[in-house]
Write a protein that binds this ligand. Structure first.
Ligand code: FES
Length: 325
């Protein structure tokens, strides 16, 4: 870092920043909190839009956005943060637990205060005596929801410890703490065609986005592409609900060596005027990324990760695509 000073505008607020300083620190000095979660380029919570000026993306650029936990000030610049909900730390309790299938539970947590989140975001959830986990907020599989309630889909494959606890104590009524919401890849109000892609064990955030867009953006063109592993009877309620409202899920092999080609075939007319959300493991997302980057579509990642993954080889595994603008 040098001592040279640049002028940074963060959501319209002016702040002086040193060249080489991370955008994150500069934004915080401007009094704007970014709700960073991982600090290691995993969670996507610190993605900001560079409106103009000089920013060193350090391998995190996606179209006009960068990760503020890694990108640094390279000159005068104007950046914009997504209009997210404020962070909340709340204590609540398990109000309902429904077994959907042998490997899937629907968990409802209730709170005394209203909960505000956007489809695509996730929470830190901590049960007494258990390690903190990240869970994507979602809707019930029958599309119902309740005031002051958070709904999570608990799958054995992604959260085996929590799943085992729920199976063991079928009537768990314990206290639970949450902090969030995190993540910047949430449903916006744009007019572009909306493309939603979900990988294995990653239906929850895409279901939340699909339901919200069907209800709130009825005229927006939508495409829903799901990995074939999700074509399972336990999700039939979801598919039926969407079909009744005109959104037909398309199932495809998105994991094998032909995944990219399969996705391209399903989106032959992809352009920079499309907005895509892709949910899945980091390797799943990275495997499909070039389809959207090549077409210059606007593209948001919803990574499925647990806190400990950030520490284990985050750098070795980090996706560092930096397409030209
Ligand atoms: S805090 Fe920057 S990606 Fe997680």
């Amino acid at each position: 870092m040098t001592n040279a000073i640049a002028n940074l505008s963060v959501n319209g607020k002016q702040v002086e920043a040193k060249l080489g300083e991370r955008l994150l620190e500069a934004a915080e000095r401007a009094g704007i909190s970014l709700h960073c979660d991982c600090g290691t380029c995993v969670c996507e919570s610190s993605r900001v839009t560079v409106i103009s000026g000089n920013v060193e993306a350090n391998g995190t650029r996606l179209k006009s956005t960068v990760l503020a936990c890694k990108a640094t000030v390279a000159g005068d610049a104007e950046i914009m943060l997504p209009a997210s909900s404020g962070l909340q730390s709340l204590k609540g309790h398990v109000s309902a637990l429904r077994k959907v299938s042998d490997d899937l539970y629907e968990l409802r947590l209730s709170f005394t205060k209203p909960i505000s989140w956007r489809p695509g975001q996730y929470y830190h959830v901590e049960f007494r005596g258990h390690e903190r986990i990240n869970l994507s907020a979602s809707f019930s599989l029958d599309a119902g929801t309740e005031f002051n309630t958070l709904i999570f889909l608990i799958e054995e494959a992604t959260t085996p410890d929590l799943f085992a606890m729920l199976v063991k104590k079928g009537d768990v009524k314990g206290r639970v703490g949450i902090t969030g919401p995190y993540g910047s890849s949430f449903l916006g109000h744009d007019d572009e065609r909306l493309i939603m892609v979900a990988g294995p064990n990653s239906l929850a955030p895409i279901w939340a986005i699909a339901l919200s867009s069907v209800m709130g953006q009825p005229r927006r063109e939508k495409v829903l592409i799901l990995d074939r592993s999700l074509e399972d009877a336990k999700f039939q309620q979801v598919f039926n609900w969407l079909k009744r409202r005109g959104l037909l899920p398309v199932f495809a092999d998105l994991q094998s060596g032909t995944a990219e080609a399969n996705l391209k075939n399903l989106l032959p007319d992809l352009t920079e005027f499309d907005m895509a959300y892709v949910a899945g493991s980091r390797s799943f997302i990275a495997g499909l990324e070039s389809v959207f980057v090549d077409a210059q579509a606007t593209y948001a990642r919803i990574p499925q990760f647990q806190p400990w993954e950030a520490a284990v080889g985050a750098n070795a595994d980090a996706v560092t695509l930096e397409p030209a603008e």
